[in-house]
Design a protein around this ligand. Structure first.
Ligand SMILES: [Zn+2]
Ligand SMILES: [Zn+2]
Length: 299
């Protein structure tokens, strides 16, 4: 059975209004594409910073620009009007763990996708507030990035480590950018991955395999094959997602993801309900319960 758990029902723009996108008709468009592509299990994970309640956690100017909607209305819409799993993409904000924990615990999510888009105030994957403007070197940014992923994993806030090497977003360089410079360290990158993979494994959370990177300047899946192999060696289970922000991207490029998963020996995917996890065989039909395996110690 295939999943797509990291879905947004609308584009990231500030003009994408819930009245237009958080509708049954829009969910049906996502379902239709999923059905065409053989994906049975869908979950929605809107960005936490689109909701007013997020400003009680962090007041970054980017969040202040976007935090308009009501988180409880979103949860009620998904529960009462859709058959989607209820998730949230929550940023890891160092120092705000208790406030984020409260926001998450007060609602009955099926799972929480934990992501790192910012290193302190600096954005990894946006021109606005870009961490790269003041970066001394790609080595420094990469080291800080994966250390933060490790901290996020150990925080206990999340079920899935989202796009865990998002720091490669821009690719090795940005020739079109005025301050074009190298944005990927040279040599074997596994030295950067190590602390993150170790923390993800010890925390017992899942790692996301996301096809979104194929649609970004990086031009490759999140995470890299080397990162994923390290996760598999450490016994970390996989959650499969597209990070679609529009119906046509549901399950985008899954053939590449499935080839990669097969090549590194991943045969099962995570399924979540009420923040409990089970594993289902990739080849199983969605009604084939015998394909489930019970994980010892799953959270
Ligand atoms: Zn993200
Ligand atoms: Zn996302």
């Amino acid at each position: 059975m295939l999943t797509d758990y990291h879905l947004h029902l609308r584009p990231d723009g500030n003009d994408a209004d819930v009245a237009e996108y958080h509708t049954q008709a829009n969910v049906e468009r996502y379902r239709a594409v999923a059905e065409e592509r053989g994906i049975a299990e869908l979950g929605v994970s809107e960005h936490v910073y689109r909701f007013a309640q997020a400003l009680g956690v962090w007041r970054h100017p980017f969040w202040e620009t976007y935090a308009h909607d009501d988180l409880d209305e979103y949860c009620a819409f998904v529960r009462e009007h859709t058959d989607l799993r209820l998730g949230l993409e929550a940023d890891f904000v160092p120092g705000a763990e208790d406030r984020m924990a409260n926001l998450l615990q007060e609602r009955d999510f099926d799972y929480v996708v934990g992501s790192v888009h910012f290193l302190r105030e600096g954005a990894v994957d946006m021109d606005d507030y870009s961490v790269w403007d003041s970066a001394r070197s790609p080595e420094e940014v990469w080291r800080r990035y994966f250390d933060t992923i490790a901290e996020a994993a150990r925080s206990g806030l999340f079920d899935i480590a989202a796009h865990p090497d998002l720091v490669k977003y821009w690719g090795p360089a940005r020739p079109t950018h005025p301050s074009a410079s190298r944005r990927t360290p040279e040599g074997d990158l596994r030295r950067y991955y190590e602390p993150a993979v170790e923390a993800i494994a010890e925390a017992g959370i899942a790692v996301e395999v996301s096809t979104a990177g194929l649609r970004k300047p990086a031009g490759e899946m999140y995470p890299s094959r080397a990162f994923l192999e390290m996760c598999v060696d450490a016994g970390v289970p996989v959650a499969l997602s597209s990070d679609a922000h529009r119906p046509e991207d549901v399950g985008a490029d899954y053939q590449h993801a499935l080839e990669l998963l097969d090549a590194v020996g991943v045969r099962e995917l995570c399924v979540f309900e009420g923040r409990a996890r089970r594993l289902v065989a990739i080849g199983a039909s969605d009604t084939d319960r015998s394909a489930e395996s019970n994980e010892a110690g799953a959270r």
